[in-house]
Design a binder for this molecule. Structure first.
Ligand SMILES: [Zn+2]
Length: 241
């Protein structure tokens, strides 16, 4: 790939090795790190030459042009050369796209700046073509109370639960997006129903307790394809809408 393309893409430490048309609406660019040697994260010994294998991972990056740009990082995996090292294989790392993150640091900086401008989250998400990771959880606010309905005379148990909705992106300073009384499907549906369509369109992954009521509300509110499953985690589950 012409080096001018790498200069134009302008991600420090990376070179563009392929850039193709996908369709009328999108292009695809494949990048690799310019450095051909990388240190083992456990012992620090530098390894270069032929990698063990190469894997591709999709990265969300700054918008570039009017059409969508799909960025793919062709990532080398190496075998540590130190026989006593417990890190048998390792993947090359970069400060520009940190381990286990799906977005570039330059994009995360822009999102953090936009968050500080008090703009609508949905507008920022649409501008940078990013999606939401939403967390839904219940919190017991106090002990249950009973009160007597003055009209019917019946005793009613007062719900001591609140549902919190949080932005799971740790780069965002605005972590708690909202609180709603109760812990039912209706509580979440009502809260999400008050958000605009663009906001709901951006929700890609929702992390919840293994709670059928929450899952029902999320599936109703999220317009994205519903085919993906709910995956259990140590703290709950993640539903990809
Ligand atoms: Zn090592």
């Amino acid at each position: 790939m012409d080096d001018a393309t790498s200069v134009l893409f302008d991600l420090p430490g990376f070179v563009v090795i392929e850039c193709v048309e996908l369709d009328d609406d999108a292009r695809r660019v494949v990048i690799m790190q310019a450095a051909a040697e990388h240190g083992c994260p456990r012992c620090g010994v530098v390894v270069g030459g032929r990698p063990y294998d190469v894997r591709e991972s999709r990265v969300t990056d700054l918008p570039f042009g009017e059409r969508a740009l799909v960025v793919v990082w062709r990532k080398r995996r190496y075998r540590c050369q130190v026989s006593s090292c417990r890190q048998k294989l390792f993947v090359e790392r970069s400060d520009q796209i940190r381990p286990r993150r799906r977005s570039s640091e330059r994009l995360r900086r822009k999102l953090a700046e936009a968050d500080g401008e008090a703009r609508a989250c949905s507008r920022v998400a649409a501008e940078y073509r990013v999606s939401w990771w939403l967390g839904i959880d219940e919190t017991r606010t106090r002990r249950p109370r009973w009160y007597q309905d003055p009209d019917t005379g019946r005793w009613v148990r007062q719900e001591p639960w609140m549902t919190s909705l949080t932005d799971l992106d740790l780069a965002s300073a605005r972590v708690i997006l909202g609180l709603t009384p109760g812990r039912s499907s209706a509580a979440v549906s009502t809260w999400m129903g008050a958000r605009d369509q663009a906001w709901r369109d951006g929700v890609e992954v929702v992390a919840i307790d293994p709670c059928a009521a929450y899952a029902r509300a999320v599936r109703r509110a999220c317009p994205r394809p519903r085919s993906s499953s709910t995956t259990s985690t140590s703290t709950g589950s993640a539903t990809r809408c």
